[in-house]
Write a new protein. Structure first.
Ligand code: HEM
Length: 395
């Protein structure tokens, strides 16, 4: 029954951000359907989470309407022009129905008009050359550099859009979707979104967007909103996946050997397994449009469900030894890219980044050891699991 167990998911518990998996495991075992103080229902088991993602009885919630409703609270006594709602208004993962379908087709068509095989392979070489003479290296910086160099080749960034500016923007965009965000943080985001308009150039991506969206009633700010979500979705998740994957592989001599000796098929299997294991987007949200029954409990229409993607991906009922990276796991129905109509539009690109990158990157990073004097630093984000620093030292 919902709410009877003493096991409770609490993202404010000490050490939660260092490792949220122990509480996911306990929740799956003893309290897989929880209710929080705001009435949200949190689900932890694969059998509950996965079917919701492709059920027509559930919709995504509107992030932009949420910001509209919070406007007075967030901007009370400030002169800042509110830009949170505008920036998030055309984010695909918060749109339903016809507008979602049409926009998804348009963005998908544009994304796949680029030669990502070439862009990714060039970025791998560029990244390795850039870090060649480093004595100390942060895997987070390494991954950021790599993803940024793919991104800037297609999205159209102004010259002053340095890696750090883009990273700040992307991180703020990721945080805007998180739970329990403070008013100060929303103000910081708003400021960043306002400044962010200056990052994008009138490049090829935007021209293609205008062309594909001919007939849509879109304003200039709508194009900015789409550029913003493409940048965030591309940069943030890929960077988090690559960072945690590289760190985990380098921490294990047997996994490192596996990568160095793997053929293409083995790298593909390992890529899928790394994405399951890292699950950069740990949760997502759905709202039911009619009453639903979950494991014998009825939930009225309009209930907000927080779906534990990362927890479902470690469910021992579906995955054998779920907390290990098993490089040759052949049956791997993970939901790290989601499922159903909102399934990740960039999954193919994220897979290619790993398939082209893993082997040369691990070969290069073997010249370094994990710097045990400098502990890992994790970001304090609930929805997106982010490694902020993972230091290596040359052998
Ligand atoms: C390992 C890397 C990635 C992971 C784990 C990931 C994960 C996800 C997940 C779980 C969703 C679905 C969210 C939901 O249903 O609520 C999603 C949606 C999306 N992703 Fe990714 N993503 C990754 C990389 C990328 C890349 C490289 C792009 C390229 C632009 C991208 C673009 C998108 C877009 C546009 C959506 C919204 C799709 C829609 O709502 O129709 N993602 N992603």
């Amino acid at each position: 029954m919902v709410g009877e167990s003493t096991i409770k998911w609490n993202p404010f518990a000490p050490d939660y951000f260092n490792d949220p998996y122990p509480i996911y495991t306990l929740s799956r075992q003893s309290n897989p359907i929880q209710k929080d103080q705001f009435g949200n229902i949190i689900l932890f088991k694969y059998r509950d989470v996965a079917p919701i993602l492709d059920s027509p009885d559930f919709e995504v919630s509107s992030l932009s309407s949420y910001f509209e409703s919070k406007k007075d609270y967030i901007f009370q006594n400030t002169a800042q022009c509110p830009f949170l709602a505008k920036t998030t208004s055309k984010w695909l993962m918060y749109l339903n129905g016809d507008i979602h379908r049409k926009l998804r087709i348009a963005i998908g068509k544009i994304l796949f008009s680029y030669d990502f095989d070439r862009l990714i392979q060039e970025a791998v070489q560029d990244c390795i050359s850039h870090f060649e003479d480093y004595e100390e290296l942060d895997i987070v910086d390494f991954s950021k550099y790599f993803i940024y160099h793919i991104l800037k080749q297609f999205i159209g960034l102004k010259d002053f859009a340095s890696l750090e500016n883009v990273f700040e923007f992307s991180n703020m965009a990721a945080r805007s979707q998180d739970l329990f965000v403070s008013k100060q943080m929303y103000l910081k985001m708003n400021d960043c979104f306002l400044r962010g308009k200056g990052l994008f150039a009138e490049g090829d991506f935007k021209a293609k967007l205008i062309n594909e969206l001919d007939g849509f009633e879109f304003e200039e700010d709508d194009y900015y909103s789409i550029l913003a979500i493409t940048l965030m979705a591309f940069f943030e998740t890929s960077k988090d996946n690559l960072t945690v994957s590289l760190y985990t592989i380098l921490s294990s001599p047997s996994l490192s050997d596996y990568v160095l000796n793997a053929n293409k098929k083995e790298i593909k299997l390992l890529t899928e397994e790394c994405i399951r294991y890292t699950s950069p987007l740990q949760f997502t949200i759905r709202i039911n449009i009619k009453e639903v029954d979950i494991q014998g409990t009825l939930f009225p229409a309009g209930t907000r469900f927080i779906l534990g993607l990362a927890s479902a991906n470690r469910d021992e009922e579906v995955f054998e030894s779920p907390s290990e990276i098993k490089p040759n796991r052949t049956v791997n129905p993970h939901i790290a890219f989601g499922k159903g109509v909102h399934i990740c539009l960039g999954a193919l690109i994220a897979r290619k980044e790993m398939e082209f990158g893993l082997k040369p990157m691990v070969a290069f990073l073997q010249n370094f050891n994990i710097n045990t004097m400098q502990p890992l630093r994790w970001g304090n984000q609930i929805f997106m699991r982010t490694l902020e620093s993972a230091m290596l030292k040359r052998n």
